[in-house]
Design a protein around this ligand. Structure first.
Ligand code: CA
Length: 509
């Protein structure tokens, strides 16, 4: 069942179609890594709390709280395949991992998992329509190659296997300003390759440094962008990604906000196991959340000071969440648990998008078509994009919108390895869905037999403590499998093409 909730007479908010290139809005897309939706203080606020049913983490996020009050805030946005690289492939292309090319986290032993160089990315479309596009921070969407600009024929480091990567100009998909790297997790000693392939080692907290570079881009301080042209700026902070073990991983002023709090004060989610060895990490995780908040606030202040805020769409989101001892798992991501799967998605577009909280199940593939449409480029959305244009939901401008009844969840693991340890293909370990009420994940063993089913009633059980046994609830299981089958078919997923779900259901009647 699809509910067209947003068919309504055009309201006064209806925007006038943009005519020339310079009238188009700028877009700033900020996405720290591993920033869970729960780590936003405003969710405890009166207006917000009833929309989620869980308590927010006890974090200090004053800038994001203010930003939310000026923005459209999604309560149930998800990261379809909650891992760094597959997320980035989906965000950039609007395609599911099998088509974007990025099926697994990119590293040298997984050469097949890499952004398809021919894919038409969001930045390709913006660049082709007069935008100056800049990318700052973590890319992690390409297999590392032996193309170190300072040491041709070698990887960028001697790590074995290599994870980090340099992206040469021909693989930058329309981004004409570049200050980026593949993946590297030393938050206070980051490095970057610039537009010309020159490496920089600034020796300071990456979130601050990247914000400084973003501010230079906004000011067009060194000719970072074409003067007078609209711009797209993607800003990919690595924190609050791990490591989060010491003051080497965050700023002390941020850590001081949490250092004297007990674990029982810091862990407000009743599904958390604070006996896990990871438990103390929460202080450093929250310190990085606050560090991101402060720098994001500085970026917004600069945007306003430059008079650019009114005509700029600003998105704050993340590539996935962080379980942080919830559900007893040590894996921070790559699961359907809400701490991993549910991500912030906060979008501000002054005068065009009204402030409210929306429960639409926005998926990662929807971002590219939606953002292009918001910028007036709806007719330029590539045919290859597989997500939905949800701009009518955001603008409430009376256009009909096929609002999704469910969001797909994908978990892939390594396929077979050859004698050199190189990974070939994927093993599609789990698929699942989230509806407005339920989450369901079905995992299979290597012989493709049913391994585990998780079903949670997210309305009655927002901390997902009680797994509803599928055998004792066959009607609910059948209904959710029907929804899953539809999403698998719609996304041309390997589970649909290979009949994996059908076989599971046949064998478990
Ligand atoms: Ca990540």
């Amino acid at each position: 069942m699809t509910i067209n909730r947003y068919i309504a007479p055009a309201s006064g908010l209806l925007l006038v179609a943009c005519s020339g290139g310079q009238d188009r809005p700028n877009v700033i897309y900020v996405f720290p890594d591993q920033f869970r939706n729960q780590a936003l203080g405003f969710w405890n606020g009166e207006e917000y709390a009833e929309h989620v049913g869980w308590k927010a983490d006890p974090v200090h996020t004053p800038n994001l709280d203010r930003f939310a009050d000026e923005s459209l805030v999604f309560s149930r946005a998800v990261s379809t395949c909650p891992l760094s690289s597959p997320y980035r492939g989906m965000f950039l292309t609007g395609m599911y991992p099998e088509r974007s090319g990025v099926t697994l986290n990119c590293m040298a032993l997984r050469p097949e998992s890499t952004l398809n160089p021919d894919a038409e990315c969001i930045s390709d479309v913006f660049a082709a329509n007069g935008y100056s596009c800049g990318y700052i921070g973590k890319l992690h969407a390409e297999t590392p190659m032996k193309n170190d600009p300072a040491n041709p024929g070698h990887y960028v480091s001697d790590r074995d296997p290599e994870w980090d990567a340099y992206t040469p100009p021909e693989r930058r998909h329309g981004f004409s300003y570049w200050y980026s790297y593949g993946t590297f997790d030393v938050h206070k000693n980051p490095h970057y390759w610039d537009t010309d392939g020159v490496r920089h080692d600034p020796g300071e907290y990456s979130v601050k440094h990247e914000t400084d570079k973003a501010i230079e881009f906004l000011r067009n301080q060194n000719g970072e962008r074409k003067a007078g042209a609209p711009f797209l700026l993607a800003l990919a902070y690595n924190p609050p990604h791990s490591p989060y073990e010491s003051l080497d991983d965050c700023m002390e002023e941020d850590y001081n906000l949490y250092k004297d709090k007990s674990l029982s004060e810091l862990y407000v989610r009743p599904n958390a196991d604070t006996t896990l060895s990871k438990a103390d990490a929460i202080r450093y995780y929250f310190a990085n959340v606050t560090g991101v908040d402060r720098e994001f606030g500085r970026l917004l202040d600069e945007l306003k000071a430059l008079g650019l805020d009114k005509n700029t769409i600003v998105v704050f989101t993340s590539d996935h969440g962080e379980t942080m001892c919830s559900q007893g798992t040590t894996d921070p991501k790559n699961s359907i648990y809400t701490e991993s799967f549910n991500v912030p998605f906060i979008i501000r577009y002054p005068g065009k998008i009204a402030h409210r909280i929306d429960s639409t199940l926005l998926s990662t593939t929807d971002i590219m078509p939606t953002v292009l449409a918001l910028a007036g480029l709806g007719d330029k959305i590539p045919d290859t994009a597989e997500g939905r244009d949800l701009s009518p939901v955001m603008l409430q401008d009376g256009r009909p919108c096929d609002v999704p009844e469910a969001a797909l969840y994908i978990r892939n693991l390594d396929g077979p390895k050859d004698e050199n340890g190189m990974v070939h293909g994927i093993f599609p370990e789990a698929r699942g869905i989230k509806t407005q009420r339920y989450s369901m994940e079905i995992a299979i063993g290597k012989d493709f037999s049913l391994k585990r089913v998780l079903i949670f009633d997210d309305l009655e059980d927002p901390y997902q403590i009680n797994n509803i046994p599928y055998r004792e609830n066959p009607e609910l299981f059948r209904e959710l499998c029907g929804v899953l089958a539809g999403k698998l078919k719609e996304s041309d997923d390997i589970w649909s093409r290979e009949g994996i779900l059908e076989k599971i259901l046949e064998n478990n009647q």
